[in-house]
Design a protein around this ligand. Structure first.
Ligand SMILES: *[C@@H]1O[C@H](CO)[C@@H](O)[C@H](O)[C@H]1NC(C)=O
Ligand SMILES: *[C@@H]1O[C@H](CO)[C@@H](O)[C@H](O)[C@H]1NC(C)=O
Ligand SMILES: *[C@@H]1O[C@H](CO)[C@@H](O)[C@H](O)[C@H]1NC(C)=O
Ligand SMILES: *[C@@H]1O[C@H](CO)[C@@H](O)[C@H](O)[C@H]1NC(C)=O
Ligand SMILES: *[C@@H]1O[C@H](CO)[C@@H](O)[C@H](O)[C@H]1NC(C)=O
Ligand SMILES: *[C@@H]1O[C@H](CO)[C@@H](O)[C@H](O)[C@H]1NC(C)=O
Ligand SMILES: *[C@@H]1O[C@H](CO)[C@@H](O)[C@H](O)[C@H]1NC(C)=O
Ligand SMILES: CC(=O)N[C@H]1CO[C@H](CO)[C@@H](O)[C@@H]1O
Length: 334
């Protein structure tokens, strides 16, 4: 009798034990799998970033002509890249100092690259980039500032100067709210439209250097030229941008502006007409504009000035003697 009662309990006990053993295995398998996934994801993302660079490389040809007119010296940095080696050691590539699986910098300026950058390019699989410099190459046929550039939300420095981009820059430029320097100069067929520019000045709150020489800004209202939300703006260069209209006097009161060039635009305006004008400006170029009015004695307050070019503008009256106060001046055009 007793044995008959024990048997089902024993069976149940064995069943429970084996269930526990199996589920323990399942749990530890799951844990092991989780560990594997994170480490292999790290590994994979590294492989993927190096791969992305290799594929990026293979979308271009290398030819001296591509950097011939833009660069004093050029050499093909990608020539030293080798499939199967760690891309962190390749010329022009910088990886994160701690998380060494992340590419955070790519400097291929003046590297003789020639080809079209499409929005499906694997360059856009490098979301951790802080610095990107593709200046001085020939990306002929590459449309403006592709919307895909908007994925680089961590970028602090972007340089696409003299690289043959064309068409309107897309609104996505305003996603790059951590940009400190932006150089799009020398792309003669690149247009910067009013809406994009207004978002740019509004959203790029860390901006210090903005260089847009030789781009087409003909649709921009000069009113927005003094409307930067970044109080750190130190350098603004807009030479030959096809700008027209009246520049607000506020541009001369941007608190940290040290370098300003509005040269060769159809712009009107005056210098500040107050006796107490002070400013950190060291470089001011208003040559070949329609700036007019008198040059007041207070210009002599700008004692750090090294380059002052007011030539071929429409200033009137006599040249103030206080200009002699500008003892650091190395170039002046009046
Ligand atoms: C790099 O090498 C791997 C394996 O050797 C190959 O599958 C891949 O296509 C190569 N990539 C390029 C861009 O040559
Ligand atoms: C980089 O691209 C060039 C031109 O397409 C090619 O000749 C070279 O083999 C590529 N380098 C690597 C490492 O794949
Ligand atoms: C990338 O896009 C361009 C233009 O749309 C196309 O010609 C090219 O074949 C695409 N490349 C790949 C690898 O899908
Ligand atoms: C952008 O790169 C070009 C070419 O290397 C260089 O001449 C220029 O000074 C750079 N712009 C900035 C803002 O550093
Ligand atoms: C402006 O920046 C914010 C914060 O980075 C972002 O969420 C927003 O989409 C940006 N606006 C535009 C128009 O890009
Ligand atoms: C200046 O910026 C403010 C705030 O971003 C905006 O409301 C205003 O329309 C801007 N003015 C011009 C002329 O762009
Ligand atoms: C400069 O003078 C104007 C009046 O001409 C005055 O409103 C302003 O506060 C003065 N600024 C400084 C920095 O003294
Ligand atoms: C702060 C400063 O240097 N102010 C001078 C600016 O220039 C005018 C005219 O030369 C002087 O009167 C101010 O003292």
């Amino acid at each position: 009798m007793r044995d008959i009662w024990v048997f089902p309990f024993l069976f149940l006990f064995l069943f429970l034990v084996s269930f526990l053993i199996i589920s323990c295995h399942l749990v530890s398998d799951a844990a092991a799998a989780a560990v594997l996934t994170t480490s292999s994801q790290h590994y994979l993302s590294h492989i993927n970033e190096c791969d992305a660079l290799l594929q990026f490389n293979s979308s271009f040809t290398v030819t001296r002509d591509a950097s011939k007119f833009q660069c004093d010296t050029s050499y093909p940095k990608t020539a030293s890249w080798k499939n199967g080696t760690d891309c962190c050691s390749w010329a022009g590539v910088t990886c994160h100092p701690v998380a060494a699986n992340r590419v955070i910098g790519l400097d291929l300026s003046c590297s003789q690259l020639k080809g079209t950058l499409h929005s499906n390019n694997t360059l856009f699989l490098l979301p951790n980039l802080r610095r990107l410099n593709l200046a001085g190459n020939d990306f002929y046929g590459s449309l403006g500032f592709l919307p895909r550039f908007g994925i680089f939300t961590r970028l602090a420095h972007l340089n696409l100067s003299e690289s043959n981009f064309f068409g309107p820059i897309s609104l996505e430029i305003s996603h790059l709210s951590r940009l400190i320097t932006l150089d799009l100069s020398g792309n003669f067929y690149l247009t910067i439209e009013d809406r994009s520019f207004r978002w740019l000045t509004h959203n790029l709150t860390q901006l210090r250097e903005l260089i847009l020489d030789d781009t087409d800004m003909s649709s921009i209202s000069p009113l927005s030229l003094a409307n930067f939300s970044s109080s750190d703006l130190t350098s603004l260069s807009l030479k030959r941008c096809n700008l027209r209209g009246i520049v607000p006097i506020d541009i001369f009161h941007l608190p940290n502006l040290r370098s300003l060039s509005l040269s060769s635009n159809n712009l009107r305006g005056t210098l500040p007409q107050t006796k107490n004008w002070t400013s950190p400006l060291v470089y001011l170029d208003l040559s070949e504009t329609k700036f007019s009015g008198s040059i007041l004695a207070s210009v002599g307050n700008l004692t750090s000035m090294t380059i002052l070019d007011l030539s071929s503008a429409q200033f009137s009256g006599s040249i103030p003697l206080t200009l002699g106060n500008l003892v650091h001046l190395v170039h002046r055009g009046l």
